[in-house]
Design a protein around this ligand. Structure first.
Ligand code: ATP
Length: 351
């Protein structure tokens, strides 16, 4: 990828918060982070609470300084800049927050106008721009209301309009939908997609909800205890997560794999060997499985599973209870693995 197509680059970045003594020791929150966020994409960062997501995103616009390593935004190294130098960088980077962070004393229009005022944009131009932004987020009619008169979703729309006021090329979204109900979350995610597709703005979205990643991200990094444990296209991570952390996040949203308790129940009600096959985006996926079952004379009862779509491609898994004559299930599993099927047998099942 040409360097100009990389919008944000982390190179061996660490972050340690200094402690204040023995009872409050220094805390290393990010360790050796290497990441490349491409221009024009929606990049998701997922991790559990305390994994270091907010810190990571706050390093990009210098709200926190790095401890070591280098962060580049466009062709500019932003780590190590002074507050004055950072002000110019921040004009190119919008940010939205979980709690919206609007000024309660200002109107909706006043909130959106604020960054323009700070940037020295004069009145008639400012009013025109505020009206255009409020129209874009669907709140032109509410320009003179105050934030508390709006729903959470509407307040986040104002947050988005305000973040777009200085025409940023990059938008940072810190748990932007975590305070919203599922339906409003959908609306805000649709608006963010529109911001990305129509305005060409790169979006970095951090979340602890894999469903947000499923709905919106092109690529994703999974972070755990300050490390990037897995990264890649959202489809690849959903279709074939490689680490236990990514697997946990994926099954939390697809709910396609049986839990330990469900497996116990399935073992009681089904005599066969329990095998989970990952759904693959290949022609006649299910038909090839059925043919293999028939050829080996194995009876396959579908006992659990789920298939969803991500970027118009199938993801998920199917769990079968397999029964057959002496050696036939072993032969079947060997053949399926050789044919490139991705499967796990749940040990402990009755044989
Ligand atoms: N300013 C700070 N000073 C000291 N420690 C901090 C500071 N900011 C964050 N931390 C610590 O860094 C760790 C990571 O916090 P961070 O907010 O980045 O995680 P997160 O993954 O975003 O989690 P959450 O979703 O709960 O905010 C936490 O243990 C937190 O207590």
């Amino acid at each position: 990828m040409p360097p100009s197509d990389i919008h944000v680059r982390f190179e061996d970045v660490t972050k340690t918060f200094p402690g204040r003594g023995r009872k409050d020791p220094a805390q290393q929150v990010l360790r050796g982070i290497d990441l490349e966020i491409h221009r024009g994409e929606i990049f998701g960062i997922i991790g559990q609470s305390g994994a270091g997501k907010s810190t990571l995103v706050r390093l990009i616009n210098g709200l926190e300084p790095v401890t070591s390593g280098r962060i580049t935004v466009g062709d500019r190294v932003v780590s190590g800049l002074s507050e004055r130098q950072l002000r110019a960088v921040r004009r190119e980077i919008g940010m939205i927050f979980q709690q919206f962070n609007l000024f309660r004393s200002r109107t909706v229009a006043g909130n959106v106008a604020y960054p323009l005022k700070v940037a020295g944009v004069k009145q008639p131009e400012r009013d025109r721009k505020v009206a255009r932004l409020l129209d874009f987020v669907g709140l032109l009619q509410r320009a003179n209301d105050h934030p508390e008169q709006l729903s959470g979703g509407q307040q986040q729309r104002v947050g988005i309009a305000r973040a777009l006021a200085t025409d940023p090329s990059l938008l940072l979204a810190d748990e932007a939908t975590s305070a919203l109900d599922p339906e409003t979350t959908q609306d805000v995610l649709s608006l963010l997609k529109q911001v990305n597709r129509e305005l060409g703005i790169t979006i970095v979205i951090i979340t602890h909800e894999m469903d947000v990643i499923r709905q919106i991200a092109d690529r994703v990094a999974v972070i755990d205890s300050g490390h990037v444990v897995e990264s890649g296209s959202a489809y690849d991570i959903f279709a074939a997560p490689k680490t236990p952390e990514a697997t946990r996040f994926v099954s939390s949203t697809l709910r396609d794999r049986p839990s330990a308790a469900t497996l116990e129940r399935l073992r009681v009600s089904h005599p066969g060997r329990l095998v989970t096959v990952r759904v693959q985006d290949r022609p006649a996926f299910q038909n090839s499985l059925s043919v293999a079952f028939l050829q080996r004379d194995v009876t396959a009862d579908l006992v659990f599973g789920g298939i969803s779509e991500l970027q118009d491609r199938p993801v998920g898994s199917l769990t079968y209870s397999l029964t057959g004559g002496e050696g036939s299930v072993d032969e079947l599993l060997k053949q399926l693995r050789a044919d490139g099927f991705d499967l796990d047998e749940h040990e402990g099942a009755s044989r």
